[in-house]
Design a protein around this ligand. Structure first.
Ligand code: CP
Length: 300
């Protein structure tokens, strides 16, 4: 798709992180009352949020980001659009591109079926395939602590056959000499290993996950995707207090949300960064919108 916003180059990722950091500092200064918000990079622009699958974090962080930048938001879900009358996804997005400057789209169908609308498109999750802005905010969260995205051992638990957040994270981090140790919570499929050649992506799927936990710089836990393929099961891995003794003091325990049983609500530890991921999504999506609108002068 020619108008999809992507961030495959290192210099773009670095600049987005720097911009998100400035936005974060400005937002915190505003909250403490030491300054006023003065970043209006989306004035006169309209963003359409087209979420044909449920979302809390992605949709509302994009909408909050756009409003914070002074732009306007319109939106649709699958039940209130003409998709219910049988209109194609391609025609739907083409129609909305007549009104909006950017489309933020989540769908159970692959982005390959969305056509080529004549405005900027941001993929907010396409089926079990991709969730690129989630991997950007996950990477930003890691970078804030580790000052790097390289040379880490990343333990991943989840539904490897269906999780777009896991697939996108591995793709995003794989260029950086990271090692991925995965444990498939469903045991029903390993899309990452199936889709990628192991010479390029250093992925090892293991059965004895607990015995490797002392190695992890990042422990990325994700839920079983019960909404896909009719699978209905619980995670085989559930974080417990005894695991917290086994992992490194500076290991980041991450979860893209929504969390389910894999991180029980009664487990509390400063290494759990789940809520920071949610907050960082707000800053990183503001940085992404500024980039999309050509308002980041370092990326012009
Ligand atoms: N991580 C994520 O995509 O969350 P939502 O489904 O709530 O947007």
């Amino acid at each position: 798709m020619k108008n999809e916003i992507t961030f495959k180059e290192d210099r773009i990722v670095e600049e987005l992180f720097k911009d998100a950091e400035s936005i974060r500092n400005l937002n915190l200064a505003c909250k403490s009352g030491t300054t006023d918000w003065d970043l209006f990079s989306a004035r006169g622009k309209i963003m359409a949020t087209l979420f044909f699958e449920p979302s809390t974090r992605t949709r509302l962080s994009f909408e909050a980001a756009m409003k914070k930048l002074g732009g306007e938001v319109i939106g649709l879900s699958s039940t209130d659009s003409s998709l219910v009358k049988g209109e194609s996804m391609e025609d739907t997005l083409n129609a909305i591109s007549m009104y909006a400057d950017v489309l933020v789209v989540r769908s159970s169908s692959s982005i390959k079926t969305w056509g080529d609308p004549n405005c900027i498109v941001i993929n907010a999750g396409d089926g079990g395939e991709n969730h690129p802005t989630q991997s950007l905010l996950d990477g930003y969260t890691i970078w804030r602590y580790k000052k790097s995205l390289s040379n880490m051992t990343i333990g991943i638990v989840g539904d490897l056959g269906n999780s777009r957040t896991i697939k996108s994270l591995v793709e995003f981090m794989s260029k950086k000499r990271n090692i991925f140790t995965t444990f498939d919570s469903t045991g029903l499929g390993n899309k990452i290993n199936n889709d990628h050649v192991e010479e390029i992506y250093n992925i090892e799927d293991i059965k004895e996950f607990e015995s490797e936990m002392f190695n992890f710089d990042v422990l990325y836990l994700n839920r079983v995707q019960n909404e896909r393929n009719g699978i209905a099961c619980e995670s085989k891995f559930i974080l417990q207090n005894n695991h917290l003794n086994d992992i490194k003091n500076d290991c980041l325990i991450m979860n893209p949300g929504p969390r389910k049983e894999e991180i029980p609500a009664n487990i509390s530890d400063s290494r759990i960064k789940m809520w920071e991921q949610v907050e960082n999504g707000f800053y990183i999506r503001m940085a992404l919108l500024r980039y999309a609108f050509g308002k980041n002068k370092n990326l012009a």
